[in-house]
Design a protein around this ligand. Sequence first.
Ligand code: ZN
Length: 247
Amino acid sequence: MCTACDGQGVVIELRQIALGMVQQLQRRCTDCGGQGYCATKKKERKILEVLVEKGMKHNQKITFRGMADEKPNMEAGDVNFIIQEKEHDLFKRKGADLLITKTLSLNEALCGFEWIVKHLDGREIAIKSKPGEVIKPEQSSSAPFVKIVPNEGMPSHGNPFVKGNLYVLFRVEFPSDGELNAKAIKELKKVLPNPAMDVSYDEEEVEVCHLEQADVKNFGKGGAASNDNNYDSDDDEGPGQVQCQQS
Ligand SMILES: [Zn+2]
């Protein structure tokens, strides 16, 4: 605190202007520049150790109370660190759960597989199918085929012994056209369930068709371009409007 002004920032001066008459003048304290205090500034180097606890999340804040710049008569502010999570090549994270995508050959999908995953904490885990377990290309028409390894996700923040699950999203790579030779096809037909029945027909009377590449988006666009003037309810602009077209 400034001793010259008692911390007021101003000093009162009395000046005698005539006998018995005193003028009271208030002026800014020159010792402290009107601040009421005198302070010497110093720069300080401080090392803040940021401890990222297990299971912390993206954008989570770590606060160092009162570690910002100090100013007289003011409470020092905080220094905040905001955690920014980096993308990982293998693992995707949502909450405490992790997800990896695994591509299997059709052989692995049908006959079983085993592979080593290097986990985020450096451990190696072997993920192995159960005997007879079949991995499918997809669960339903739109949902991918997913299984979990329980408790191999992230530790929960504040409760690191409770872990999320590790989701494995499977993709199955089928052999390409021509990759299976006649011998392999014969063997597969023997071992895989529900082989195609032999149908008998007269090739003179029944036309044999083969399949070409296609895109389902083109379904409905086949045939010759049509000029038919069909009524389309989507183009209806409301009642009372009659459209005439000259033909
Ligand atoms: Zn002063």
